[in-house]
Ligand binder design. Sequence first.
Ligand code: AMP
Ligand code: TRP
Length: 356
Amino acid sequence: MASQGAPAVHPAVQTSKSFTPRIFSGIQPSGGLTLGNYLGALRRFVEKQEEGIETIYCLVDLHAITVWQDPERLRHQTREAAAAFIAAGIDPARSILFNQSQVTGHAELAWILNCVARIGWMYRMTQFKDKTAGKNAENSSLGLLAYPSLMAADILLYHATHVPVGEDQKQHLELARDIAAKFNHDYGEEFFPITEPVIEGAGTRVMSLRDGAKKMSKSDPSDQSRINLTDDADTIARKIRKAVTDPAPLPESVEGLKDRAEARNLVNIYAGLAATTPEAVIAEFAGAQFGSFKPKLAELAVSVLAPISTEMNRLMRDPAEIDRLLGEGAGRADAIAAPILDRTKDIVGFIRSRRG
Ligand code: AMP
Ligand code: TRP
């Protein structure tokens, strides 16, 4: 349901039609991917692929340019993100993997949805508020404000029913539901699905290693705050050893982590990497000092991440092959998107005489 303060979902169009299950998610190639992306998103993406549901994963370069990106870096980071997906277990033959700008339907549907969504809905987004905090919001790009409407277009262009994301994207997904519902209501047809967010597991909100109140982010100025998927074993171990913690040992139960953001974060990271629960981690390490817990965590992190970065390095040696795979993925994505976009145009009342 819509969050507090967000517009209400029109109940009449919310549930009655059933759509074939289809997963869509995206990651911005606006920097190197982090452990947060891995635990909150990438790992979930692989699980969904293994469940045999149709999975579509997108490197959202149109979203990335809502803040300035150096063109060569953007191209490099897009390839590197593609390599990270494949190295983490996304099989480009089973999942569709592509970069957003190659499927023009994203931008086209985003425009239509810009005319459905309300400006006030955009101003309410906490991510927009965070990204403009302390700056002149009037001087941010118009794209940054409209960003959630493009995100709704990404999802709705494929009639995706489920969207795996980290906790920070919840509000954007609620907005996507509201936009879909308003479109359906305004045009009197239950055309777009009301998408379900999939936010699950211990790693849905990985925090900075320097500040337990801040999310781990590829755009944090401090490299010490995050583990990058490209970090080598020594760097990973050093960052974990230096992670900010309090002096107390690990508690006897997860409730004891309530007011200890940094300790809770390291326990959650351990649980995410070991694919277990924070309860199980506490059961194993209750009473342990960080001096003994951190080396165990570093060892686990290296064992999970080192094979991924090795494989990424291998894939990055052949950028032409990555580009070829992305192009192939874009072709398959477009084949799903085109009839949905055509139908949207018919519903809206556009003349369409060149295709279909
Ligand atoms: P972004 O890097 O903002 O494009 O995010 C891509 C995906 O990774 C989204 O599903 C985010 O929710 C997820 N994500 C990003 N940072 C984190 C984090 N620190 N913890 C958990 N998930 C995250
Ligand atoms: N906004 C998302 C993020 O920064 C990325 C994204 C763009 C996305 N389009 C999407 C995620 C569609 C899920 C579905 O994390």
